[in-house]
Design a protein around this ligand. Sequence first.
Ligand code: ZN
Length: 142
Amino acid sequence: MFRAVQRPAPVVTEDSAAFWDAADEDRLVTQRCAACGRLRHPPRPMCPECGSLTVEVVELSGRGVVYSYALLHHPQHPAFEYPVLAALIDLAEGIRIVSNLVGLKRDEIRIGLPVQVEFVSTDGDHRVPVFRPVDVNGSVAP
Ligand code: ZN
């Protein structure tokens, strides 16, 4: 849907730049410790497992399930429809990400709902990940 005001662009830090650069190309990535192999999100400089500062960036499947969610009513920004469906997604690779749900009504949200990433545009020609329900056959719901 066209909206006169676009979503705000993501706030990019030195640690999160690789995540947001990939999002601009519709790719979902995360950090992997180059020493012990642990995946982590959100991006940060040190491995919480082994303390290593060496990091790799790996691409994710974008599939997951809703772990938890919240309906956000305030504060309102003109770029969003309210309530905003904010969710904690358990990704297939075993890490968790905070995002928005799209393509469903608030009373259709369920814990454990299978979802797939897609990307929406923001101010400044950036892209951010959101998640849409998938049916049991794995295709994306209309
Ligand atoms: Zn590590």
